[in-house]
Design a binder for this molecule. Structure first.
Ligand code: CAA
Length: 261
């Protein structure tokens, strides 16, 4: 049986050791309303606490990932309202989710949809994916990380092209730019993302968590600091049962059974 948590704007399927969050506002191409983002962050908080879930797939379903923040919710806002409600501040907790987050992207991933993708750890894109930051066309700029994560991932010139032109790129071009791990036939996107998540879920959870943290830290710290933190995490993992299990399983030529302890 697949337990399913109840939300209004997303679907959450828990199939241990993975879970799948599906953005679910198809009539507006999964436009990311504040309510939808609140539900995504609440679901991730729940999955963070669930020890049986070791990796999560984030998708918009087979047709569209998300066409961006909900323009009808923003069009008439004043700057002061935007500041006070801090529309995109709440998204930060998505980027700090500690378990691997695999994006399954078909169709449009635009604006905030693209920024959600940039918060994921691995990206599986269907060949229908169209990824970009069209905010410039409606008088604003990306507001949930696009101007910062694009250059850190794809470099200055790709970032300028994407953010200044507003034109989306194909899945293949996104792959060449390094923000997509794999391009697959559209109808297989979710299945391949789930398979990828299941493969990650077999790894020792504490090592996975520290590996994710260490890679993300590299975007924030000078090299010497990042290397020192990496060494601390490496040494810390020798305090875990999973390290003993992993290394002895190797020596005994068997598969390790990891418990997250
Ligand atoms: N917000 C609200 N509604 C949206 C939406 C959005 N971001 N994107 C699409 N919709 C709605 C449309 O208004 C339309 O609703 P109706 O049927 O009631 O008219 C429905 O979804 C279907 O959309 P289209 O008819 O436009 O579909 P299309 O296939 O012709 O075009 C599209 C698809 C090119 C993605 C087009 O919908 C589009 O350009 N969407 C807006 C993309 C955009 O500008 N995103 C950035 C938003 S700002 C942002 O994200 C800020 C941030 O950084 C956080």
């Amino acid at each position: 049986m697949i337990p399913t948590m109840a939300y209004e704007h997303i679907l959450v399927e828990v199939e241990p050791p993975i879970a799948t969050i599906t953005l679910n506002r198809p009539k507006v191409l999964n436009a990311l309303s504040p309510e939808l983002i609140r539900e995504v962050t609440a679901a991730l908080a729940e999955l963070e606490r669930d020890d049986e879930v070791r990796a999560v797939v984030l998708t918009g379903g087979p047709k569209v990932f998300a066409a961006g923040a909900d323009i009808s919710d923003m069009a008439d806002r004043t700057a002061v309202e935007q500041l006070n409600r801090d529309q995109t501040g709440a998204w930060a907790s998505i980027a700090s989710f500690s378990k691997p987050l695999v994006a399954a992207v078909s169709g449009y991933a635009l604006g905030g949809g693209c920024e959600l993708v940039l918060m994921c750890d691995l990206v599986i894109a269907g060949d229908t994916a169209r990824i970009g930051q069209p905010e410039i066309n409606i008088g604003v700029i990306p507001g949930a990380g696009g101007t910062q994560r694009w250059p850190r991932t794809a470099g200055k010139y790709a970032a300028m092209e994407i953010v200044l032109s507003g034109a989306p790129v194909t899945a293949r071009r996104a792959y060449e730019l390094g923000i997509v791990n794999k391009v697959v036939p559209a109808e297989m996107t979710i299945e391949i993302a789930k398979r990828t998540a299941r493969q990650l879920a077999e790894k020792p959870p504490l090592a996975l968590r520290m590996a994710k943290e260490a890679v993300l830290r590299s975007f924030e710290t000078p090299l010497t600091e990042g290397l020192a933190a990496e060494r601390q995490s490496f040494y810390f993992l020798f305090a875990t049962e999973d390290q003993k299990e992993g290394m002895h399983a190797f020596l005994e030529k068997r598969k390790g059974a990891f418990k997250g302890r």
